[in-house]
Design a protein around this ligand. Structure first.
Ligand SMILES: [Zn+2]
Ligand SMILES: [Zn+2]
Length: 156
């Protein structure tokens, strides 16, 4: 199916079955503007390795004591918000239409702070890939990469 056909089909389905917010149930969008506006952005005061919120920028105790293998993690929104509900719906309830919304949120907030050279989705086991049909982190990475390619030096 071509992208044009997908867009047309999606538009018709949205007219017949308007999307509802996965967090509050309001009609109109899979993640409504009210829930999005009430979601908390990850502040700049986070652990430089794992993005755990801190009172000031630095490295959290866990990353220091456990010698984290991570170089850096970037986050956009706190997981305990409506955006977290959208991530769970995207990942576990197969609401694939949330992929573009979540990618945009990640692009705007997370990528603007990133100095990474590569976008790498977390791989999943083949059996999980078969049961889910897709690797959701790969969908987000591909969508984000499209944004990055047009706005920076990042390659894949
Ligand atoms: Zn909502
Ligand atoms: Zn940390």
């Amino acid at each position: 199916m071509t992208q044009l056909m997908r867009d047309f089909t999606s538009g018709v389905l949205n007219l017949v079955f308007p999307p509802t917010c996965v967090h509050c149930g309001r009609q109109g969008a899979l993640l409504c503007v009210i829930c999005l506006s009430e979601s908390t952005l990850v502040s700049r005061d986070v652990c430089r390795k794992c993005a755990e919120p801190l009172t000031k920028p630095g490295t959290c105790t866990r990353c220091v004591t456990e010698r984290s293998p991570l170089d850096r993690v970037y986050g956009s929104y706190l997981y305990e918000t409506a955006v977290g509900s959208a991530v769970r719906a995207f990942k576990f309830d197969d609401v694939r239409a949330l992929g573009s919304t979540l990618s945009r949120l990640f692009d705007i907030e997370g990528m603007s702070r990133s100095t990474a050279d590569v976008v790498m989705p977390i791989p999943i086991h083949n059996s999980r890939l078969r049961s889910r049909g897709d690797n959701q982190s790969e969908i987000l990475a591909r969508n984000s990469l499209n944004f990055w390619k047009s706005n920076s030096r990042v390659t894949c």
